[in-house]
Ligand binder design. Structure first.
Ligand code: UT7
Length: 331
C-alpha cells in the first residue's frame, strides 16, 4: 500500500422527494386512519417538524442518482471518471441487482465496481470507510458514496411510535484519491446480540413475503444504546486520527432524534453550535441522513475546506461507526 495515498471528499450533493409533509399535515393524514398524534408530541420527543415522502413511483436509485449528479457537479468531474459506486440503503429498488448498479446505469458510467452496503442507519459511514480503504489500497481512484432511502415504504402507518419518525431522501459524496489526507480515520462496529430492537424481519421466499416487511423498534432501547456508542466511537476515531476533541469543527451524527444529537455533543464536550442538526427538516432518513446533513452544511457555508468533520452513524444491527474527515478546499 502506498503510504502517501489517501482519499478526500471533493464534492457533496443531495436529493429530496417533492412531497414535504409538515407535522400538522401528518397529524391530519394519520387522523384519517384513526391514529392519534400531535405536533407537540413529535417536536418535544424528537425535534422533527417535517419530512419528505416519496410518491409510489420514486425509488432509492432515482434519489441516489439525483444526489450523485449534484456531488459530481460540485467536484467538477464527469460520471465516466467514476470507478467505484457504493450505495448504502435498506430500501433498495430490488432484491437484486444492487441499487448501485442501477445508479451506475442511470449515470451512464459503466465499468467500475458497484455494490450496496446494508448497515441501516450506519450505512453511509460503513460505505465511506469502505470506499476510503479501497482508494488507499489502489483498488479505486474516484468513488461515489451514496446513502439513499425510501424508508416510508417499510413503515407501519398504524404504528404511531415509528411512522412519525422517518422520511425519504439521498445524500452523496465524491471521494477521490489524493496525496493530501481527507479521511483521517474510520472505525466501524456492530453487536448482533441487539438485532431485535430495530428490525424489518421479512424476506421473499417462494414468491411470497415471509415475516413482516414493516419496521419495528424498541425506541427506548435504541435511544440508550445510541447515546452510549456514538460517544465511544466518536472518541475512538478522534484519538485514532491523533487529534483532540476541541479540534473537531463539526459533529454530524445520524439524524434520528434531536435529543440524541444534543446528548452526544454534550457527552463529547462539543458545543451545540458545532453539532449539525437537520432532523427537524428531514426527520430520520436512515442511511441518507449523514450525507444529507453534510451537504446542507457545505452548501449553507458552515462546513468549509480545511475543517475537521466527525461523521457518525448508528442503528439497526445493532451497528455503528464514525469517520473523521478533513474537508478539502474545493468541497
Ligand atoms: O434510526 C435508528 C435510530 N433510531 C433512534 O435513534 C430512535 C431512538 N428512540 C427515540 O428517538 C425515542 O425513544 C422515541 C422518539 C421513539 C420515543 O420517545 P420516548 O420519549 O422514548 O417515548 P415512549 O416510547 O416512551 O412513549 C411515551 C408515550 C407513550 O404513551 P404512554 O405509554 O406514556 O401513555 C406512547 O404511547 O408517548 C406515546 N406515543 C405517542 N404519542 C403521540 C408514542 N408515539 C406517539 C406519537 N404521538 N407519535
Amino acid at each position: 500500500m502506498n503510504p502517501s495515498r489517501y482519499s478526500r471528499i471533493t464534492g457533496t450533493g443531495s436529493a429530496l422527494p417533492a412531497d414535504c409533509v409538515s407535522n400538522a399535515e401528518l397529524v391530519r393524514r394519520l387522523a384519517a386512519r384513526g391514529i392519534e398524534t400531535s405536533d407537540e408530541w413529535i417536536v418535544e420527543r424528537t425535534g422533527i417538524r417535517q419530512r419528505y415522502l416519496a410518491d409510489a413511483g420514486t425509488t432509492s436509485s432515482q434519489l441516489a442518482a439525483q444526489a450523485a449528479r449534484e456531488a459530481l457537479a460540485a467536484a467538477g468531474i464527469d460520471a465516466t471518471d467514476i470507478d467505484l459506486i457504493i450505495v448504502a440503503t435498506s430500501t433498495p429498488d430490488f432484491v437484486f441487482p444492487s441499487t448501485a448498479c442501477l445508479v451506475q446505469k442511470a449515470l451512464g458510467a459503466p465499468g467500475g465496481a458497484a455494490f450496496d452496503v446494508q448497515a441501516v442507519c450506519s450505512g453511509f459511514v460503513y460505505a465511506l470507510a469502505t470506499a476510503d480503504a479501497m482508494i488507499r489500497t489502489g483498488m479505486a481512484s474516484k468513488a461515489l458514496v451514496i446513502g439513499a432511502e425510501v424508508f416510508s415504504r417499510i413503515l407501519d402507518w398504524n404504528d404511531r411510535g415509528t411512522c412519525v419518525l422517518f422520511g425519504d431522501g439521498a445524500g452523496a459524496v465524491v471521494l477521490e484519491a489524493s496525496t493530501t489526507p481527507g479521511v483521517l480515520a474510520s472505525r466501524l462496529h456492530a453487536d448482533g446480540r441487539h438485532e431485535e430492537i430495530l428490525r424489518t424481519p421479512g424476506n421473499v421466499c417462494g414468491g411470497a413475503v415471509i415475516g413482516s416487511p414493516l419496521l419495528t423498534m424498541d425506541g427506548q432501547a435504541v435511544f440508550k444504546l445510541a447515546v452510549t456508542v456514538l460517544d465511544a466511537v466518536g472518541r475512538e476515531v478522534v484519538e485514532a486520527a491523533g487529534l483532540q476533541m476541541h479540534e473537531v469543527d463539526w459533529l454530524i451524527p445520524h439524524q434520528a432524534n434531536v435529543r440524541i444529537l444534543q446528548a452526544t455533543g454534550r457527552r463529547m464536550g462539543i458545543d451545540p453550535s458545532r453539532v449539525v442538526v437537520t432532523v427537524d427538516r428531514h426527520a430520520n432518513t436512515s442511511a441518507a441522513s449523514v450525507p444529507l446533513a453534510l451537504d446542507c452544511a457545505v452548501r449553507d457555508g458552515r462546513v468549509r475546506g480545511g475543517q475537521h468533520v466527525l461523521l457518525e452513524g448508528v442503528g439497526g444491527g445493532f451497528a455503528w461507526g464514525a469517520v473523521l474527515v478533513k474537508m478539502s478546499g474545493d468541497a
